[in-house]
Design a protein around this ligand. Structure first.
Ligand code: SIN
Length: 277
């Protein structure tokens, strides 16, 4: 694909590009937005450096790509319900994204993408890993692809959010968390490519088979998706931004920097119901 308003540089064979020479904290032209949308489709995750977002400019950037979501468990700061605070320090018992996942895949219309900005990074560590759901699907054997055709899986927020709330001392009795059924293999709504769409954090079980079989198949698929062969690893600096497509990739935040501080904010862009491949 050719670009004139951007200069994306691929940083690994299957996913990920770094984009320099653009200030995404300022209003963008139509051609910049159009090329960013194309680049997200081509690379799955885009990385930027030295972007000094405040809440308003981060929300403006997200809104170029769709309506913003409000997180079902974690409220945003006053006046900014669409901002998801990301914070870890010496008192933390849990951090966001410690297991492989696609953000809020428990929504019936799961997010198109997420824009994460870190303001404070630890002296070492705190990287985020991204894996390509496309490449993982394409590497399955033809027999397994046939087996997965037409299967659906239950995704639910309950287990993850209640665990986090318990560790954070938050009383969530009476709270109801989203649940949704999605195809195990989706056809990406924009690229039309097939992608695996199950993840350890939110997927509970495959509906059409026994629990025992579902556990075995999901265990195999998770281990497969998480292979380093289709990953990229992002090393954050203060004021870095990652913008990812939650259908094309899944991610894992590595908490190897305790007791240091890592802080930032995320906006999440609404998506649509996913169709079977
Ligand atoms: C998340 O959005 O899951 C958090 C990712 C991160 O903190 O690197």
């Amino acid at each position: 694909m050719s670009y004139t308003a951007l200069n994306p540089r691929r940083i690994s064979p299957h996913l990920g590009a770094e984009i320099r020479d653009i200030d995404i904290t300022r209003p963008l032209s139509n051609s910049q937005v159009e090329e960013l949308r194309r680049a997200l489709g081509e690379f799955g995750v885009l990385f930027f450096r030295e972007q000094r977002f405040d809440h308003d400019s981060q929300k403006r950037f997200g809104r170029y790509f769709g309506e913003l979501d409000i997180h079902p468990n974690t409220p945003g700061p006053d006046g900014h319900p669409e901002i998801l605070p990301i914070h870890a320090d010496a008192n933390s018992k849990v951090v966001a994204g410690e297991r492989w996942h696609s953000d809020v895949s428990c929504h019936q219309e799961p997010p198109l993408g997420s824009v994460l900005h870190l303001h404070v990074t630890p002296p070492l560590g705190g990287d985020t890993l991204f894996a390509s759901n496309y490449a993982a699907y394409e590497a399955l054997s033809p027999r397994l692809k046939t087996y997965l055709e037409g299967l659906t899986a239950l995704h639910a927020g309950e287990r993850n959010y209640r665990r986090r709330n318990a560790l954070n001392g938050i009383d969530d009795r009476g709270k109801v968390f989203p649940r949704a059924i999605h195809p195990v293999v989706i056809r990406h709504p924009i690229s039309g490519r097939k992608a695996l769409y199950v993840n350890r954090l939110f997927t509970y079980r495959i509906n059409e088979v026994s629990e025992e079989e579902s556990d075995a198949i999901l265990g195999h698929l998770y281990a497969h998706i998480e292979k380093p062969d289709w990953q990229v690893r992002f090393q954050w600096q203060p004021q870095s931004v990652a913008f990812w497509d939650n259908r094309a990739v899944q991610h894992l935040a590595i908490w190897d920097y305790f007791p240091h501080v890592r802080r930032g904010s995320r906006v999440t862009i609404k998506g649509e119901a996913l169709q079977t491949a």
